[in-house]
Design a protein around this ligand. Structure first.
Ligand code: AMP
Ligand code: GLY
Length: 428
């Protein structure tokens, strides 16, 4: 099977690495990829949003399966376009991708299908939005409707701040079309959890769970980022909560999609929060999460290429996927200053001293035949072990051998295992 992975981040690096392990995969390409993906796949110099370029390549090279990483090409309808040309592609069509690309669509979908989520109101007009603030307490969450490159969710502490932001979004159109409609949303308190589900248009199967650490600094302080690390499995995701997820969220979502005439193929990501009143959906994503993928894929014990192909062709025939019992700890190394301003082009050393199978590069590029930094999140180091504590130690030990100027990472990814070392640890 000839496989093309679209994207260039840590998520795609993990996908490429795992797909390269499949006996079914005879040729593997990544567009555009990064220096890390070039170890396992042939990088192709086509951007992930160049739909025509990607289509031409897929047809010319007779690609059997295209796997789309990022949301952008999905929102642009890459799946619809490729399918029309007879190319087998893993991912949802643009209509289904609205679960991620429009917060308003997602909230209304959840309301229609009685899927537990934060209370909300959709607003288009400044004065109406101000008036509706009465219905909410502070802190309050405001979300831009459209994709805003991770910059569309705001948590507000008082009316003054909120008034200013509403003015920015609804009068000054600071986020353009993406912020022309917004969602006012109740602020929920609890621990977050990401669930991956694979679907083939009518059947679905749970892939696994992870926790993403979104805040920049240890102890969950600082700014929101794209994710500074992930662990899988998640210690507080008990069997009881898993049942609650299946009954109250997963089932109504999948049935809701079908009753709305939406044939969802690909990965559906549930961003959940475990509140005192039960699980609530914070968001849907229509693709693999980053960095959760770097934590979950190393635990996979099945042929990923086969299962993704089954999803893409409507032939998913399994109701359980096997993941290893081991714990995975994935730590993201970023550029100093991220998620704000940061420098790039710093040479990365130490990559050759580690078993870099589980070093997933993201913001890296080749310069004068050296690997240098090129983005905010530079790479993810993942380690696996039966003992969560050892997995954590291994990840940080590997990371300590990698260096570039301004290397920045959280030192507490997976630290919750230290206080949760109950049965899991004693059984080892
Ligand atoms: P979203 O893109 O909707 O998942 O929002 C990004 C992040 O903002 C989430 O992962 C949460 O950490 C936070 N967030 C979003 N909505 C809420 C909410 N209603 N209550 C508390 N935190 C939220
Ligand atoms: N880790 C959150 C996301 O992929 O959107």
């Amino acid at each position: 099977m000839r496989v093309l992975v679209v994207g260039k981040g840590g998520r795609e690096a993990a996908l490429v690495w795992k797909l390269s392990k499949s006996n079914r995969v005879t040729e593997l390409f990544c567009a555009p990829g990064n220096p890390g993906t070039s170890r396992f796949a042939e990088n192709v110099g086509i951007d992930d949003f160049d739909i025509d370029g990607l289509l031409g390549f897929a047809i010319e090279r007779e690609i059997d399966l295209v796997v789309v990483g990022p949301e952008k090409p999905l929102s642009m309808g890459i799946v619809d376009i490729f399918r029309e040309k007879g190319v087998t592609i893993f991912g949802p069509n643009a209509a289904c991708a609205r679960l991620e690309t429009s917060k308003v669509f997602a909230k209304n979908f959840m309301k229609r299908h009685k899927i537990p989520t934060a209370n909300y109101r959709v607003e288009r007009y400044y004065l109406q939005a101000l008036a509706d603030l009465e219905d909410f307490d502070f802190p309050l969450v405001i979300k831009a409707d459209g994709l805003a490159a991770g910059k569309g969710v705001f948590i507000l502490d008082n009316v003054e701040e909120t008034r200013l932001l509403l003015g920015e979004l609804l009068l000054n159109h600071s986020l353009g079309e993406a912020g022309s409609r917004i969602v006012l949303e109740e602020f929920l308190i609890g621990s977050e959890l990401s669930l991956f589900v694979l679907a083939d248009g009518s059947n679905y199967v749970e892939l696994g769970e992870a926790r993403d650490f979104k805040k920049a600094l240890d102890g969950n302080f600082g700014q929101n980022t794209g994710g500074m690390g992930a662990i899988s499995p998640v210690p507080d995701y008990s069997e009881e909560i898993r049942e609650e997820f299946r009954e109250r969220i997963l089932k109504p979502t999948m049935e809701g999609l079908i009753s709305d005439g939406l044939k969802y193929t690909g990965l559906l990501y549930f961003g959940l929060i475990l509140t005192a009143n039960g699980l609530r959906v914070l968001e849907f994503n229509c693709r693999f999460g980053d960095p959760e993928t770097q934590a979950i894929l190393p635990r996979i014990e099945f042929d990923l290429a086969k299962v993704l192909y089954q999803c893409a062709t409507g032939s998913l025939g399994i109701d359980k996927l096997h993941l290893s019992e081991e714990t995975s700890v994935a730590v993201v190394a970023a550029s100093q200053g991220y998620p704000g301003e940061f420098d790039t082009c710093h040479a990365i050393s130490g990559l050759d001293t580690v078993d870099d199978n589980l070093v997933f590069q993201a913001g890296t590029t080749f310069r004068d035949s050296r690997i240098v930094t090129s983005g905010g999140r530079v790479l993810t180091v993942t380690a696996l072990d039966k003992s969560p504590k050892i997995a954590r130690e291994k990840a940080y030990s590997t990371l300590s051998r990698i260096f570039y100027k301004g290397i920045t990472y959280r030192t507490d990814i997976g630290a919750e295992f230290d206080v949760n070392l109950n049965l899991a640890e004693r059984e080892v």
